[in-house]
Write a protein that binds this ligand. Sequence first.
Ligand code: ATP
Ligand code: MG
Length: 261
Amino acid sequence: MERLSTGIKGLDALIKGYPKGRAILVTGESGAGKTILGLQFLNACCEAGVKCVYIIMEERLEDVKAQAMSFGWDLDGYVHNGLLRIIDVLERRIRWLDDQTIIRLEESDDVHRVEKPYKSLIRILSDIYEERKLCSIPISGVRREKKEVPDVVIIDNIGVVAMGIPTPELREQLDGLVFKLSGLGCTSLIISDDAVRRMSRDIMLYSVYGAIKLQKRDNPYINKRERVMDIIKIRNTKIPLDYLLFDITDKGIELIAKSED
Ligand SMILES: Nc1ncnc2c1ncn2[C@@H]1O[C@H](COP(=O)(O)OP(=O)(O)OP(=O)(O)O)[C@@H](O)[C@H]1O
Ligand SMILES: [Mg+2]
């Protein structure tokens, strides 16, 4: 099975990279390092000339770019070189909220007619790629963005959409999203916040090929808190059973040699 570098040397040494064309779910509480794990993979891919789509749902794009730049990962440069396409869903969500407020103030009947961005997970696909039309006669005056199927898709964070979806439907929608992304040959990192993971009672784990959980925990032996990575599963891959101790440094996520428990 072909694999793509995670961008983390120590992790590559253990799991040989993320399996190509498959989906990995990344969960963890707030501040656990999910976004950085995603950006580190994104940077490794772009450095290797692998084309990526990054879907940002909950953080300001400027903040994410600045966070990436603090590690020396230049997202604007990758966009400029055609290696990266960024889809800013937060901006779209805020615009939708503004529209709703205006419509309500005007007491218009349109309130339910303005569609919420991403009512379902599967809708995300329409932003990632566009099926080639059989007939491609250019329509004058309309400039359409060409959307090619990328090699890698990173979604941060699906919790924003998943929060309002009942658990059985969420399972179906995630199955659908993962199935389609893998069918397109995309390697994907799907990030979800812990609130949704808990609410859905870990049902999302079954939809994906691999799952990684990041957490901060107390280490009573050294009386300190530490960051650990739990590789919950990666199918067709030998994974370490122990928690992997890591740190966030000015180079991003780095594994620390051995957990002390
Ligand atoms: N240059 C850096 N050096 C050391 N630590 C850093 C650096 N940059 C960020 N961090 C730390 O990394 C932590 C994790 O950041 P990250 O944004 O990846 O978390 P997250 O899991 O995505 O959180 P959220 O759920 O709130 O989005 C931050 O809270 C911050 O303390
Ligand atoms: Mg984040």
